[in-house]
Design a protein around this ligand. Structure first.
Ligand code: MEV
Length: 305
């Protein structure tokens, strides 16, 4: 038997880093998807994945699933899709969630979304050691979510698709190194106080952003994005390139912009009136950024025909 499943990538809209310390964040699933095919054949497990990072996540997911359900049959997993691991849109979270879902269908072990999330989070922590799991929640549930670390809160935020512009900085971010770097600063009383003051402000921004999303007030939402970016700069996780891209977007008429994710590279996002989209995109390109075309609010993990 062969089963095909897909899961979406993600974009962090508000609240990165603070989310790891118990604050809420807002994440949205994007329409770039990772596909997983699972078959029960062969003499031993075989993982055909073009991307090395994905391979690790698939292997760990298979190990955990087989252990939990006491399965001894070899499987072949093949991954493909339009979600490159280089741009930080969540290919490892999508592949983990899709693998677990595919195995559950293949072996008729029904799993709820919550169970898929929890199993995926175990895989993620085993490999990366750190992380809130927000990306796994986006891959599992889809849409846009209000999320608190380890899934303490996973709540849909009902919104229309956003006029988002995504710029890739050209550099792959190393999330766990950045997260661990911040954690090491939190060990010292003085820096800890400062960092938690910034987290408090980020937490407030997330709550206000939720309100602006509810009210479809994109001018305000943009302002909150830019404020969130300035706070991430204070945390020291932005880069000159991301700052340039963010500033270029704002100068070209975006309502606001910020880095999205851990910082240190990967992507920035901007929200802009449709009439300004081209100016904003050109302006980001002029700084050396690459535009990635996405739609948000994508469907979570699903079985493909
Ligand atoms: C990285 O994309 C977002 C962080 O908050 C990490 C996490 O929540 O797992 C920095």
């Amino acid at each position: 038997m062969k089963v095909k499943v897909s899961a979406p990538g993600k974009l962090m809209l508000f609240g990165e880093h603070a989310v790891i310390y118990g604050y809420p964040c807002i994440v949205t699933a994007v329409d770039k998807r990772l596909f997983v095919e699972a078959e029960d054949l062969g003499l031993k497990d075989e993982i055909l994945s073009p991307q090395v990072t994905e391979n690790k996540f698939v292997r760990e997911s298979v190990t955990l699933f087989k252990k939990k359900f006491k399965i001894n049959v070899p499987v072949r997993i093949t991954t493909f899709g339009d979600l490159s691991q280089n741009v930080g849109l969540g290919s490892s979270s999508a592949v983990t969630v899709a693998t677990i879902k595919a195995l559950s269908v293949l072996f008729s072990e029904e799993l709820s979304k919550r169970e898929i999330f929890d199993m995926s989070y175990r895989v993620d922590l085993k490999i990366q050691g750190v992380g809130s799991g927000f990306d796994l929640a986006a891959a599992t549930y889809g849409g846009t979510l209000n999320f608190v670390s380890s899934g303490k809160v996973i709540e849909p935020v009902k919104i229309k698709p956003l006029q988002l512009i995504v710029g890739y900085s050209g550099k792959k971010a190393d999330t766990s190194t950045i997260v661990k770097g911040l954690r090491s600063k939190i060990k010292y009383k003085k820096t800890k106080e400062l960092i938690f003051k910034i987290f408090d402000q980020i937490g407030k921004i997330v709550r206000l952003a939720k309100k602006s999303l509810d009210q479809e007030d994109y001018t305000e939402l943009g302002k909150l994005m830019t404020r969130n970016h300035r706070l991430l700069q204070k945390l020291g996780v932005s880069t000159p390139k991301l700052d340039q891209m963010v500033n270029a977007a704002i100068e070209a008429g975006a309502y606001g912009a910020k880095l999205s994710g851990a910082g240190g590279g990967d992507c920035m996002i901007a929200i802009a009136p449709e009439a300004k989209r081209h100016y904003v995109e050109d302006s980001i390109i002029s700084t050396g950024g690459e535009i990635i075309s996405i739609k948000n609010n994508a469907q979570g993990v699903k079985l493909e025909k």
